[in-house]
Design a protein around this ligand. Structure first.
Ligand code: UTP
Length: 291
């Protein structure tokens, strides 16, 4: 079975780069203007045709569950105030997909978080979307491009983009098997966060999107603890290279690193500039700043 119908969104991390906000608010609920960033991630999966989504949470992430639930009181009050359109918009969020939740008991790494998706996956491949990477401004959802690559190759698929050499140290970097030609190409290895650009096997980084094959759960169980004493997904994927081919898929959309403060600001500005209700005011303000 090579059709990808399920998505997993790991959201159980501590979000330390956004402290103090994340002391009381899940990082995934930080808004890009007026919409929590996890909404965009769920929307990407839905636009790729996925209906069943598992969000991996922790005890501190209840606002995520509330956000995707029905809020009768708010809806009733909005309707009473004649704000029918807003009430409908709020209701649509609750109907966006079949969203399931599981709690990662301790933040023991991304690989460990994914292992909680075993029963949800139930022997099928899974699309994985990380909230730190917001991908937009594309005709096609990035995860849809990866799903198509999986359906063609049946290999593990890594969502990738070229990154300037000096920034490679922040990412997993792939080693193409032969030449990095076309949109989808085989990779033979991955180096996590190369300290020096000269140690990077290419300038192609793995950016928060994956399609993982059904055996990934057994592989994670065999993966020893890595950096920070955590079970790292990169280590599991490297182990899985012995079992199945692995491909990089260069997705086309604009990508924002919203796990990083500057990336978050850039996303906020670009999203505002794409909105009719904000564009002119924001442009005028930006012009005023540089004058
Ligand atoms: P990060 O390494 O970016 O960690 O995790 P983080 O806690 O979210 O953020 P910082 O770096 O402390 O600011 C990458 C993804 O893996 C998830 C996170 O929620 C994020 O989506 N994750 C990480 C888990 O679900 N569980 C973990 O134990 C670790």
């Amino acid at each position: 079975m090579n059709k990808v119908t399920k998505a997993v969104i790991p959201a159980a991390g501590l979000g330390t780069r956004f402290l103090p906000a994340t002391k009381a608010l899940p990082k995934e609920m930080l808004p890009i203007i007026d919409t929590p960033n996890i909404h965009y991630i769920v929307k990407e999966a839905v636009e790729a045709g996925i209906k069943d989504i598992l969000i991996i949470v922790s005890h501190a992430k209840e606002p995520i569950e509330d956000y995707f639930d029905v809020n009768y009181e708010l809806e009733t009050r909005l309707r009473e105030a004649g704000k029918e359109k807003q009430a409908e918009e709020i209701r649509e969020i609750a109907n966006i997909a079949n969203i399931f939740y599981v709690r990662q008991k301790e933040p023991k790494g991304l690989g460990n978080a994914i292992s909680y998706a075993r029963s949800f996956a139930s022997g099928e491949p899974i699309a994985v979307l990380l909230g730190d990477d917001l991908i937009d401004d594309s005709e096609r959802p990035a995860i849809g491009e990866l799903m198509e690559a999986y359906e063609k190759t049946e290999g593990t698929i890594l969502g990738c983009r070229k990154v300037p050499r000096e920034r490679l140290k922040k990412y997993g970097v792939v080693k193409p098997t032969t030449k990095a030609e076309g949109k989808v190409f085989e990779v033979s290895d991955m180096i996590e966060k190369p300290k020096d650009p000269s140690l990077a096997p290419s300038d192609i980084a793995v950016l928060g999107r994956y399609v993982l094959p059904p055996e990934i759960f057994d592989v994670i169980d065999r993966t020893p603890k890595g950096v920070g004493g955590e079970i790292q997904l990169t280590d599991a994927i490297k182990l899985s290279l012995q079992l199945r081919k692995c491909y990089a898929c260069l997705f086309t959309g604009q990508r924002y690193d919203i796990g990083d403060k500057f990336g978050y600001i850039k996303a906020t500005i670009d999203f505002a500039l794409r909105r009719d209700d904000l564009r002119e005011d924001v442009l005028e303000y930006l012009r005023h700043l540089v004058d």
